[in-house]
Design a protein around this ligand. Structure first.
Ligand SMILES: Cc1cc2nc3c(=O)[nH]c(=O)nc-3n(C[C@H](O)[C@H](O)[C@H](O)COP(=O)(O)OP(=O)(O)OC[C@H]3O[C@@H](n4cnc5c(N)ncnc54)[C@H](O)[C@@H]3O)c2cc1C
Length: 416
């Protein structure tokens, strides 16, 4: 097939998933072309929060030091219940603007031998005998570009159109959205904690206040469990809806807005698109890997990027890019994430009820065993159904939280 460019692996989308995949492929000595429709560096609408798992993966791929230097260190999460009670959870977190994080990963991938081309929008696959053998798109001047590749990694985020064009889309409408802007918040003194405010009117979503350092905050609203496909057209709702909550209003006193307010979709719950087909792997948000309930997705995007690089490398070595061979990727994603996603979907359902949010957050504040369980859930050692189930909530309600209370016996849900 005549093509403008040829490569072993074409990676479409240079967010954390595509960037890390390109980096890991290049380090294996595999020819890799990474394209993105944006010129880099570019903004990405995000809360900019890096959880422990994200920091660990970034360290494992050799860019942990930069993130620590450029990012803002956070040592606590603060969860606010609708009734005003608060629960603190210590840990190792950071914030770093996505503009910087994503550009850094792309630079590292380029240094490792990947070729990066910005302002190329991929529109459709090249297909031969049912196998994806590359992609066709347009460059910034509107000229058609075709790339022939042995394997294509689709890491295009939440947009449905490109997933449909590649034949992997299962659900068009994303299940969650977020709105965010940057603000100076003189009323907030604590710049070492990320605040999650669960106001009654926002449940099961929440307002977030993430310090970026130097008095700047990423402020957002995670619209979770809303009727699918409804993104608020009026972005100023961030500054009109959130301050209706008394707790949140206090944080906005004297606030100044430092950026336009932007909204974006989230694909969550390991659903919405198939993770592989012949010659093709789907990574990160495109495969629905952002966690329901939390809206945290950078860690899974990074993890899927590394995994996809490994499986694509093996497929090239074996000379077999069939769907059957590449299914290893889908299987492993399922094994690592299915139970955690199901757990957060359960949390999302329960957190619609303000009494559940009040109960869990209030009790966690005074009960070390519940604090530990929350930490285990957030770090992936437990699935959230250990807490967000009839049995789990009954144990919280009855105060049966100690070693004999049942949690220690709750098996970690795993999909084989
Ligand atoms: C408001 C909001 C707040 C969030 N906050 C957090 C948070 O604080 N922490 C966290 O961990 N997660 C957060 N998330 C989730 C997180 O943003 C995603 O999980 C993460 O960005 C997924 O990474 P990705 O690489 O899969 O996709 P993306 O980061 O979306 O990257 C996709 C890339 O593909 C490119 N692209 C798209 N289509 C094409 C095409 N056709 N051709 C070429 N290029 C294309 C895009 O330009 C983009 O660069 C948030 C999400 C939202 C919406």
């Amino acid at each position: 097939m005549a093509a403008d460019l040829q490569t072993d692996v074409l990676v479409v989308g240079a967010g954390p998933a595509g960037g890390v995949a390109a980096l890991e492929l290049a380090r294996q000595g595999i020819g890799v072309l990474l394209v993105d429709r944006s010129a880099f560096p570019r903004e990405k609408t995000c809360g900019d929060a890096l959880v422990e798992e994200s920091l660990n993966i970034l360290a494992a791929v050799g860019i942990g030091d930069f993130v620590r230097e450029r990012g803002h260190r956070i040592d606590r999460l603060r969860f606010w219940a609708p009734n005003g009670r608060e629960f603190h959870l210590g840990g190792d977190f950071a914030t770093l603007r996505r503009r910087d994080l994503d550009a850094l990963i792309v630079e590292e991938a380029s240094r490792s031998g990947a070729r990066f081309i910005g302002e190329v929008e991929v529109r459709e696959p090249l297909v031969q005998g049912g196998t994806c053998v590359g992609a066709r798109g347009t460059d910034r001047k509107g000229r058609t570009v075709t790339v022939a590749a042995k394997v294509v990694l689709l890491a295009t985020g939440a947009g449905a159109r490109v997933l449909a064009a590649f034949g992997v889309l299962q659900e068009k409408r994303p299940p969650a959205f977020g709105i965010r802007g940057y603000f100076r918040l003189p009323a907030v003194e604590d710049e070492k904690a990320m605040i999650f405010a669960y106001d009654r009117a926002l449940l099961p979503g929440y307002a977030w206040f993430f310090p970026m350092g130097g008095g700047l905050f990423n402020v957002g609203w995670g619209i979770i469990g809303a009727p699918p496909g409804r993104i608020p057209k009026d972005r100023s709702q961030l500054t009109t809806v959130l301050p209706r909550s008394r707790q949140v209003a206090r944080l906005f006193v004297g606030a100044s807005q430092e950026s336009p307010i932007r909204a974006a979709a989230m694909r969550t719950g390991c659903r919405g698109a198939r993770a592989c087909s012949a010659g093709l792997l789907v990574l990160g948000e495109a495969a629905g890997l952002t966690f329901p309930f939390l809206g945290e997705g950078i860690s899974n995007a990074l993890m899927s990027g590394r995994l996809a690089a490994r499986v694509a490398g093996k497929a090239l070595e074996a000379g077999d890019v069939s769907a059957r061979f590449l299914t290893e990727y889908e299987r492993e994603i399922r094994c690592r994430l299915h139970a955690r996603h199901q757990g957060y979907l359960a949390a999302e359902r329960w957190f619609r009820f303000p009494w559940v949010a009040n109960l869990v957050i209030s009790r966690a504040a005074g009960t070390p065993a519940l604090g530990r369980l929350t930490r285990e859930i957030l770090t992936g050692q437990r699935d959230a159904r250990a807490l967000f189930s009839v049995g789990g909530l009954l144990r919280v309600l009855l105060g049966r939280l100690g070693p004999r209370g049942g949690w220690q016996r709750t098996p970690v849900a795993k999909t084989p």
